[in-house]
Design a protein around this ligand. Structure first.
Ligand SMILES: Cc1cc2nc3c(=O)[nH]c(=O)nc-3n(C[C@H](O)[C@H](O)[C@H](O)COP(=O)(O)O)c2cc1C
Length: 156
C-alpha cells in the first residue's frame, strides 16, 4: 500500500516527535544507486532495530552538524538483494563524499514498504516518485504557532 501526499502529511502531523533514529558510519555499497541517478549513503542497521522495512522521508545530521533532507530505504533491497539490513539514504542537493563519516538519520515519515521491481528502470522510476513525495513533506509549512515571529525557527 502507498499513501498519497495528503494522507502522508496527515500521518506525519499525527505522528509528531520523537522520531526513530538510525546512525552509524557510512560504508561502501555496490555503487549501483550512483549509476541509476541516486547516490546513497549506506549505513548498517543494528540487529535489534524495530523500524519497519520500507521507504522513509528522512533528515540526516552530518558529523559537522549540518542537517540534510533526503529519502531512504531501510531493508534488504529485494530487487538486487543484500544479506544484512541497511539504511540507504539519498541526500537531496548534496554531492560530497561521506564514506567513513558518522551520520545520524531521523525517519520522518513512512512512505511505503520495500518491494521487488521487475527491472532497475522500474525501481528508478519509483525512487524518483519517493523523492518527490519526501521533498513535498519537507516543504510543507509548519502548523500555526503562537510564538512571536522572532522566536520561530523552521525545524528540518
Ligand atoms: C528512496 C529509495 C527507495 C528504494 N526502494 C527500494 C525498493 O522498493 N526495493 C528495492 O529492492 N530496493 C529499493 N531501494 C534500494 C536500491 O535498490 C539500492 O539503493 C540500489 O540498489 C543501490 O544500492 P547500492 O547503494 O548498494 O549501490 C531504494 C533506495 C532508495 C534510495
Amino acid at each position: 500500500m502507498q499513501f498519497g501526499a495528503t494522507e502522508t502529511l496527515r500521518r506525519v502531523r499525527a505522528l509528531g516527535l520523537p522520531r526513530t533514529v538510525v546512525q552509524g558510519f557510512v560504508e561502501h555499497g555496490r555503487k549501483l544507486g550512483r549509476t541509476l541517478g541516486f547516490p546513497t549513503a549506506n549505513i548498517r542497521v543494528p540487529p535489534g532495530c524495530q523500524a519497519s522495512r520500507g521507504v522513509y522521508a528522512t533528515v540526516s545530521e552530518l558529523a559537522d552538524g549540518r542537517r540534510v533532507a533526503g529519502v531512504a530505504s531501510l531493508g534488504l533491497n529485494p530487487t538486487v538483494p543484500i544479506l544484512e539490513p541497511r539504511l540507504e539514504v539519498w541526500l537531496f542537493d548534496f554531492d560530497e563524499d561521506l564514506y567513513g563519516q558518522f551520520v545520524r538519520t531521523e525517519l520522518v515519515a513512512y512512505l511505503r514498504p520495500e518491494r521487488a521491481f521487475e527491472s532497475l528502470d522500474a525501481l528508478k522510476a519509483q525512487v524518483v516518485k519517493d523523492a518527490e513525495l519526501s521533498r513535498l513533506i519537507h516543504r510543507a509549512p509548519d502548523p500555526p504557532s503562537c510564538l512571536e515571529p522572532a522566536q520561530r525557527t523552521r525545524r528540518l
